[in-house]
Design a binder for this molecule. Structure first.
Ligand SMILES: Cc1ncc(COP(=O)(O)O)c(C=O)c1O
Length: 393
């Protein structure tokens, strides 16, 4: 059939260009040591930066949440699906991470992708000028497209270029949009300068801290808290599927912004609320993250990051200057990146190959993602495997 042939041609084309993606099947919980596709491996693929995804306290919180609230929410937040667990979590989040704004309030979502679509479509529309970092996450890009805003992409982290674009814009509503920690590079956005620009030009500053929340800042309160920033222009997005070890996301901002999202954001209104047990689990995780155990895990993660940077700098490929748990090694072509990932896999190491469109063409990379669940022995294994594959690559 013609229609199927068109798809088959498309799939063949992806294969030829080294862009086919394959899923692996995990039989054990997300952890540094896992059984994947029937083999024991050391995983450097997850975003479970604090190693909490399988923590007994969170597993118990999930079970307890299900016993208390059931398995599903039963409806959208505005039509019966909003539970006490969601409400408590929103209050906790506003208190935990909302210190950057007066009258903070939080709104929870079932995924970060949805929270980004919701925020951007509610705050921007036709005639809104959106200024977006060139390396922003796909969910931010898709949100600006769905908003039908006038989007200008500024070169990655280039605040001078951004300042010139803002200067030249006479749009009535302006929005600056950035990842806080760039997901495939691990570097941190120049947030202080972005706040300055947002205030000078009367723009919203939407900061997606998917990879910083829980892992960075005092008590894990995230990248904005780490930079000690405060501004009424900030709209903060955080996710719970990474360092928090569960699933979901939230937007935290001034209560008026949140009320606007609640009334207007279609990706919030027209979808089933996530299971209350998940919100209950996130609450348990926040308590852990803010406490001594979270502190201990962040300290260990910091040591792993420092050691990994030494290891990657000793290879023949190009590391990225990243202070976070995301430690990429830029290889270049898709084929070379896939080949290196396959060699590491032979050594029992799962380090994913990241290719376009996730990263720009010609910058395919291995994304070494660290977790507090890793040991220095795991890093020794990574070092010796990289050394052995480097000799023959
Ligand atoms: C920067 C960034 N924002 C948003 C998301 C989406 O979050 P979620 O996985 O909860 O949909 C991700 C990753 O998935 C991300 O890396």
């Amino acid at each position: 059939m013609f229609l199927l042939d068109t798809l088959r041609d498309g799939l063949a084309d992806l294969e030829t260009r080294g862009l086919t993606r394959r899923r692996r099947i995990a039989d054990t919980p997300c952890a540094a040591h896992m059984r994947v596709d029937g083999r024991e491996i050391v995983g450097f693929a997850s975003n479970d930066y604090l190693g909490l995804a399988a923590h007994p306290l969170l597993v118990e919180a999930m079970a307890e949440g299900a016993r208390r609230y059931g398995a599903g929410s039963g409806g959208s937040h505005l039509l019966g699906g909003h539970s006490r667990a969601h409400a408590l979590l929103e209050d906790e989040l506003a208190a935990f991470a909302g210190g950057f704004v007066d009258a903070p309030r939080a709104l929870t979502f079932s995924t970060g992708y949805m929270s980004n679509l919701a925020t951007l479509t509610a705050l921007a529309g036709r005639g809104t000028a959106v200024f977006s970092d060139a390396l922003n996450h796909a969910s931010l890009i898709d949100g600006t497209r769905l908003a039908r805003a006038d989007v200008s992409i500024y070169p990655h982290a280039d605040t001078e270029a951004l300042a010139a674009m803002l200067e030249a814009s006479d749009a009535p509503v302006k929005l600056i949009v950035t990842d806080a920690v760039f997901s495939m590079d691990g570097n941190i956005a120049p947030l202080a300068r972005l706040v300055e620009l947002a205030e000078r030009h009367g723009a919203w500053l939407v900061v997606d801290d998917a990879h910083g929340f829980g892992a960075l800042g005092p008590q894990g309160r995230g990248t904005v808290a780490q930079a000690a920033l405060r501004s009424a222009h900030l709209v903060y997005l955080c996710t719970f599927g990474k360092a928090v070890g569960a699933a979901g996301a939230a937007v935290i901002a001034h209560e008026t912004v949140i009320e606007w999202l609640l009334q207007r954001a279609r990706p919030y209104i027209f979808t089933t609320a996530s299971p209350p047990a998940v919100a209950h689990t996130v609450s348990a995780s926040l308590a852990l993250i803010a406490g001594e155990e979270g502190e201990k895990r962040r300290r260990h993660l910091g040591q792993l990051i420092a050691r990994t940077r030494e290891i990657l700098q000793g290879t023949r490929w190009r590391p990225v200057d990243s202070p976070t748990a995301v430690q990429p090694l830029i290889i270049g072509s898709n084929e070379a990146t896939l080949a290196l990932a396959a060699r590491l896999d032979e050594h029992g190491l799962w380090v994913p190959a990241i290719r376009p469109p996730t990263v720009p063409v010609g910058t395919s990379r291995l994304r070494v993602s660290l977790s507090a669940d890793h040991s220095f022995d795991d890093l020794d294994r990574l070092q010796s495997a990289l050394a052995r594959t480097g000799e023959t690559a």
